[in-house]
Write a protein that binds this ligand. Structure first.
Ligand code: ATP
Ligand code: MG
Length: 369
């Protein structure tokens, strides 16, 4: 076993928000986020799943050292629940004693009680409370806090979910927060189409509400340095390992870290640094999921995905359509759109798989038949 493995723990992390030594670069994006939220602007941050939106925003907020209230709209079930969860987050940042005079101005005063089991505050509004009143009171509370002290940042994760919580909530929320000057809002979303509909369609209430930033993958050079620095001293072929990982992962932040983690793990257990072995292990781990996903696709989607497993091929070319038995460009195009919306493929320079392991799974599954 490599002696260094005894003293160093795996320096890669995937799945959770990353910070510190697990976070690489993004210097430009970080500066942009900080610049936007340092003035009176709001930020809209879009990227496919697991590109590092939350990690980036967290880091930016940490650097500003400002108070923040983060709320994931995926976890919200109704307008009243939105108000309650938001107020809970506010109370985590600001002690009740400091803000109670603002809460006393609410149209309906909520009941706050300490839950001895969780040691957190339970909040309820009396039945019959108009949920929009509650919501507007909580947002006004945040604005009031900002007027009197350091401007807080409110960030909504998975903001596109707003349209699923309640009809017209987008319109109502916009009318509540549009005059706020003492809060910066950050809207994060991973369904690009939905986010663009919300922030770029003229008829949408949030049309051009914030500065829109699209987060790309991490650049090859930055990721290469990140990987090489960590494998250096752990394996003599660190440069080759870094190159091979990136050649497979195409610099996707999450999958690069996942593969690097697995390669490290293999070396740590005394095997050769075989990228293919790491890939194989990860595919086997997700075999059931991939099978279930594959079985949920119709034939056109399957043909498109098979087409996309080929390198240097444009799936919309006539010759490709013929090769994969697709009848018309329009059918192929609507399949691409559907797969994009569902997050199975992403569009960078061209269309490509979001998950390079799924691509590999499809290739090996077809080879086995
Ligand atoms: N700057 C970075 N440096 C290195 N790895 C990163 C970076 N940003 C993200 N990652 C990798 O991507 C993973 C996902 O990051 P994060 O949760 O921030 O992305 P996200 O876009 O918010 O994801 P989701 O769409 O699931 O909300 C992290 O666990 C980490 O492995
Ligand atoms: Mg996130």
């Amino acid at each position: 076993m490599n002696t260094l493995s005894k003293i160093k723990s795996n320096p890669f992390r995937f799945g959770t928000v990353v910070e510190g030594t697990f976070f690489t670069n993004r210097e430009n994006e970080l500066q942009m986020v900080i610049d936007i939220i340092s003035g009176e602007n709001h930020l809209v941050l879009i990227s496919p799943r697991r590109f590092g939106k939350t990690s980036l925003v967290n880091k930016a907020i940490q650097q500003t050292k400002r108070p923040y209230i983060a709320i994931d709209l995926q976890s919200i079930t109704s307008v009243l629940d939105f108000s309650i969860q938001l107020l809970r987050k506010v109370l985590k940042q600001y002690p009740y004693e400091r803000i109670k005079h603002f809460i006393k101005r609410f149209k309906i005063i909520p009941t706050l009680s300490l839950n001895p089991q969780t040691n957190s505050i339970d909040i309820s509004f009396q039945s019959g409370t108009e949920s929009l009143d509650a919501l507007s009171d909580v947002f006004q509370l945040i604005e009031n806090i900002g007027e009197k002290g350091i401007k807080p940042i409110v960030f909504f994760d998975e903001f596109q979910e707003i349209v699923n919580i309640d009809k017209n909530l987008d319109k109502q929320l916009r009318s509540i927060i549009q005059y706020h000057k003492s809060v910066n809002y950050i809207f994060i979303g991973s369904y690009e189409g939905m986010m663009r509909d919300i922030f770029e369609k003229k008829k949408s209430p949030f049309y051009h509400f914030g500065h829109l930033l699209t987060l790309k993958k991490i650049s090859y050079n930055d990721f290469y340095t990140f990987l090489n620095d960590r494998f250096k001293g752990f394996h003599k072929e660190s440069e080759l390992i870094a190159k091979q990982i990136l050649s497979f992962s195409h610099c996707h932040p999450y999958y690069t870290q996942q593969l690097a983690w697995q390669v490290w793990n293999i070396i740590e257990h005394g095997s050769d640094a075989e990228i293919q072995k790491a890939v194989k292990n990860l595919i086997e781990m997700h075999d059931n999921d991939y099978e279930r996903i594959w079985n949920s696709f119709g034939q056109t989607d399957r043909k498109i995905l098979i087409g996309l497993t080929r390198k240097n091929i444009s799936v919309l070319d006539k010759s490709t359509l013929e090769l994969f038995g697709l009848s018309a460009t329009s059918t192929a195009f609507s399949s691409l759109k559907r797969l994009l919306r569902q997050g199975y493929i992403i569009r960078e320079k061209g269309y490509e798989f979001d998950d390079p392991f799924f691509r590999e799974w499809i290739i090996s599954m077809r080879e086995l038949c």
